[in-house]
Ligand binder design. Structure first.
Ligand code: SDX
Length: 427
């Protein structure tokens, strides 16, 4: 198989190198295209364009494969922990017990938010959407860590930034949730694992039902959300990081990108859609018809994916976990039956089958978050908690890759041709 692609252009033949990845994926390297031809490529939504070479996460959308640093997501969900996965994504290999304990303890050492940040969170209206507070708090952290508010962090500073932001993010979510409830924020506990500590930061108090099984269910959800190669928010983190913006600004940009309902905001939109179906007598076939109607902007939230043209492996795991978690919690949630009915009908429907539209990570996750007592408007914040180590691993890989250039796509101009300015009296 030739390792170049031939491009016939205006009577000339250009040979473009072909790059092959470790899983056999192939790319045409167009880095010299414009210099040699004056042409650029155009690719709405970057559906056919690779932005980088990365060793962190591998997806095969046709086969429904997801691996972090080569480890299948199914095995990590079964046997690993969120903190161990954060280490794996960042450093490329599973940690020794000592390495895991060190990262875990560094996260546990982050006991509280800076006082000024707590005050910032408390200035938000109690009914504000949490994502605005989470994003603001993340970028505001740069004011409290000038030692990391820099464009060229050393490896050691990046080592310290991971536990710092993992520790802070669960404190930010907990503090905002309790602020919205009119309660004082709590401090992290040294005695609890990451998921248990987060649940405690949220729900501590009478009636808090934080069992090991509940914490384990949340830990698995965080593992499943930890990274997903060059999705919209990870790409945003890379674009902002490529301009040498600091880690807080870069991660805050990822949080903002995730808020969109076509991306991380979908988990909240799914729950709201299921509730609307329930309020309308549970007639999910009506919503399938709306989703297929080209004149109706409604989309079946939690369905479809840019990469997966098969089942999202995370959705399979979460769907299975739904039954277990609801049983353990003794929760009967009619929305789960509506979701299952919706999925069953969609997967038989020619419109969805033809377009390879399957449930994605967001379709069932909200059922579990709801069972855990997480408010719907905090579901996307939960996605932030899970995705944080993945964003940071992507940012670090970008910053440690020699020759990384600032992201600056080109365009094809379609506006007015040159024309002369005319005084307002002549217009
Ligand atoms: C996440 O990229 C990632 O990895 C993201 C993520 C991660 O972990 O980071 O996996 C997390 O964001 C998951 C996706 C969450 N979003 C949703 O559930 C929102 C609903 N889904 C869609 O809007 C859509 O499927 C996207 C945004 C996810 C993907 O959109 P694409 O790849 O741009 O596909 P498209 O919009 O061009 O759709 C192709 C066709 C169109 O129909 P035709 O023009 O061919 O007739 O499929 C249709 C679309 O109308 N379609 C849907 C649909 N999704 C696609 N029709 C109805 N309902 C849907 N959900």
């Amino acid at each position: 198989m030739s390792d170049t692609a031939k491009l016939e252009l205006e009577g000339k033949t250009l040979e473009l190198p072909i790059i092959t990845g470790s899983e056999g994926e192939k790319a045409i390297d167009i880095r010299q295209l414009r210099a040699n031809t004056g042409f650029v490529t155009l690719d709405n939504g970057f559906m056919n364009s690779g932005s980088c070479e990365s060793a962190i996460t591998f997806l095969n959308g046709e086969k429904g494969i997801l691996r972090y640093r080569g480890y299948p997501i199914e095995q990590l969900a079964d046997s690993s922990s969120f903190v161990e996965v954060a280490y794996l994504l960042t450093y490329g290999n599973l940690p020794t017990q000592e390495q895991l304990n060190t990262l875990d303890q560094k996260i546990k050492n982050i006991k509280q938010l800076p006082e000024g940040l707590l005050q910032l969170i408390q200035t938000f209206p109690k009914d504000a959407h949490p994502m605005g507070a989470i994003s603001s708090a993340m970028v505001a952290l740069s004011a409290y860590h000038p030692e990391l508010e820099k464009s060229d962090m050393t490896a050691e500073e990046m080592d310290n930034a991971l536990p710092l932001l993992m520790g802070y993010t669960k404190l930010i979510l907990g503090a905002f949730y309790r602020h919205a409830q009119g309660k004082a924020p709590l401090e992290s506990s040294d005695e609890k694992d990451y998921a248990s500590d987060f649940l405690n930061l949220m729900f501590n108090g009478p009636g808090a039902n934080i069992t090991p099984a509940v914490a384990k269910a949340l830990d698995v959800l965080l593992i499943l959300h930890a990274d997903h190669e060059q999705n919209c928010s990870a790409s945003t983190v890379r674009v902002v990081g490529s301009g040498q913006a600091n880690i807080f600004a870069s991660i805050a940009s990822g949080i903002n990108a995730l808020w969109g309902k076509l991306h991380g905001g979908a988990n909240q939109a799914v729950l709201e859609m299921l509730q609307e179906i329930q309020e309308n007598g549970g007639d999910y076939k009506l919503y399938l018809a709306k989703a297929k109607d080209k004149n109706d902007p409604f989309r079946l939230m939690g369905f479809g994916h840019r990469v997966y043209k098969n089942f999202d492996p995370r959705a399979k795991i979460i769907k299975k976990a739904c039954n277990t978690v609801l049983e353990q919690l003794g929760v009967e949630d009619p929305l789960l039956d509506i979701a299952k009915g919706l999925e069953e009908e969609a997967l038989k429907d020619e419109y969805f089958v033809k377009r390879n539209l399957y449930p994605n990570v967001d379709f069932y996750s909200g059922i579990i978050y709801r069972a855990l007592g997480i408010p719907t408007n905090l579901f996307t914040g939960m996605f932030v908690l899970g995705r944080l180590p993945g964003w940071m691993a992507q940012w670090r890989e970008l910053r440690e890759t020699p020759g990384t250039k600032i992201s600056r796509p080109r365009q094809i101009y379609t506006g007015s041709n040159e024309r002369d300015y005319r005084p307002i009296s002549e217009r």
